[in-house]
Design a protein around this ligand. Sequence first.
Ligand SMILES: [Zn+2]
Length: 173
Amino acid sequence: MRVATQATTIIRFPALGDCCDRVSSTRNDVRLRYPLITTLLFLVRVLWASPYTLVGLLIGGIGLCFGGRVRVRGRSIEFYGGGIRWFLHRLPHGQFTLALTLGHTILGQTDAALDICRRHEAIHVAQYERWGPFMLPAYYLSSVFVWLTGRRFYRDNPFEVEANDFHGGEHGP
Ligand SMILES: [Zn+2]
């Protein structure tokens, strides 16, 4: 997730409606009734996303050797600070990148940055679970496609639109 860089950014805070509550409650019912199936499906999703998770663990592990920190939140392992922050700053627009998701790992600038964008990054984790090894090719091809059709490379990418729409995050002009 990147921070907005223009003053005209609009921040939306939609309330989660009954629809989301109903979906959530149905998922909880399924979890309670079929714990074995739920666990197996979760393991399949973890394995499917694991190539990127391994890359995240490698970068995060190296970052830990240079002052970084780690913690587990939900389904994700979050790395932040120290060498992880240094790594993020080396990426294009890295100074504006609060956090970056790789499979079930999230690399963040700071613990506060991770807290700010946790729900956004959780959508990316779900996207990795859905797309598995095809996630980054699909992500970058989507960016190229939207750019070729005159839209914004990052903010109009459907993966980012989904993550921003779900948590009501910022939308640039
Ligand atoms: Zn994002």
